[in-house]
Design a protein around this ligand. Structure first.
Ligand SMILES: [Zn+2]
Ligand SMILES: [Zn+2]
Length: 377
């Protein structure tokens, strides 16, 4: 049987935030494992009070607890969305602990790093390529400004011939313990800033940083068929780590420039082609240039309508890492002639007089069909 959370903390159901905090603080001081080494009972009590405090300090969790009791946090209670519920395990301690004693510790959470080794930052490089380049793929040479390990001191930060010294303040651990009331609080060593070492004779090239900023030339393989918005990760090509830490990654963010004539949809390409009214009526031929550097002939039959699509098989984009290729769709637009001469107008009028319903089956019957449909005069 689980104890009531309010009882655990020794407060009433109406306790406010301040009361909760005060009660937890008092109990935490008494039962903290640092004060009771090897006492399993104290450790359990500490876990219980930590859990009680963590639950009750959160208004949402508290409301759920008030309503449903412990059942609120059992499986199926609040579901997966309630991550972080349940008993505060070993990992849960430090969070609440820093939450409540944070002000005492003089700062938030600090990333612990052994011997000051730090992973280098990831870098982002934006690259824009043409549709033609996306079609054929390419090897791009890029210049990346980045921090690399200093070659003079090989990353130690110490002048060649000298060595970094073990930090006297923390004896090389990078952390110091300071007494705060009943507790001893661990914090980053102020002398070496967590490195565990101090450099008395810094390297002249990197000024003791162990890395220098340089422009590197990198060759990046852009595979054929790559899509706009693709992210290419080059592992370990990011910023060098600090003091022997691993390098970060380089991310190439790729965008494909809009093309003058072709629109892309996955592996397929679309090209809108305007033809004259007479070509559409009489039929004709035209050539389109395709991305493979050749041209393709399109035959337009007599009586071609606007919006008609012609498919050029295999003239689209290659599919990434496969032998498949998309198609190219030619979409027909019909251009109505403008700025007619007197003679052209006469010819068109004469043409109209000679026209029958069979010439324009769609438009001829359209309005009478619409009238019938809506039953209007
Ligand atoms: Zn150096
Ligand atoms: Zn130190």
């Amino acid at each position: 049987m689980k104890r009531d959370l309010y009882e655990t903390l020794g407060v009433g159901k109406t306790a406010d935030e301040k009361e909760l905090k005060g009660a937890f603080r008092k109990l935490a001081m008494k039962y903290h494992p640092d004060k009771n080494p090897g006492d399993a009972e104290a450790e359990k009590t500490f876990k219980d009070i930590s859990h009680a405090y963590e639950t009750l300090k959160d208004p949402q969790k508290r409301a759920a607890y008030d309503r449903y009791g412990h059942a609120a946090f059992e499986n199926g209670g609040m579901g997966a969305g309630g991550a972080g519920f349940g008993s505060a395990g070993a990992g849960g301690f430090s969070d609440i602990f820093e939450d409540i004693f944070g002000e005492m510790m003089g700062g938030g959470r600090q990333r612990r790093s052994s011997g000051g080794r730090e992973r280098g930052a990831d870098l982002r490089y934006n690259m824009e390529i043409s549709l033609e380049e996306a079609y054929s793929g390419k090897t791009a040479q890029i210049r990346v400004p980045t921090s690399i390990t200093c070659d003079v001191c090989t990353g130690s930060g110490a002048k060649p011939g000298t060595k970094p010294q073990t930090c006297a303040t923390c004896q090389g651990s990078g952390r110091v313990r300071a007494a705060q009331g009943f507790f001893s609080i661990e914090r980053t060593c102020p002398t070496c800033h967590g490195r565990g070492q101090t450099i008395t004779d810094p390297c002249a090239k990197c000024h003791g940083q162990g890395r220098v900023t340089e422009e590197r030339s990198l060759s990046v393989n852009i595979p054929a068929g790559i899509e706009d918005g693709t992210r290419i990760r080059l592992s370990g090509e990011g910023e060098a780590g600090l003091r022997g830490g691993p390098a970060g990654d380089l991310y190439i963010f790729l965008s494909v420039k809009p093309h003058e004539f072709y629109q892309r949809d996955g592996a397929d390409l679309y090209c809108s082609v305007p033809i004259s009214m007479t070509t559409a009526a009489l039929g004709g031929k035209f050539d389109v240039a395709t991305l493979d550097g050749t041209k393709s002939r399109v035959s337009v039959p007599e009586g071609t309508q606007a919006g008609k699509q012609f498919r050029l098989k295999g003239k689209g984009m290659p599919v990434l890492r496969s032998s498949q290729v998309g198609d190219l769709y030619i979409q027909i637009q019909i251009e109505t002639p403008q700025k007619l001469t007197k003679r052209q107008r006469e010819l068109l009028r004469e043409f109209e007089e000679l026209s029958s319903k069979d010439n324009n089956p769609e438009s001829a019957g359209f309005f009478s069909r619409m009238k019938d449909f809506f039953d209007i005069e």
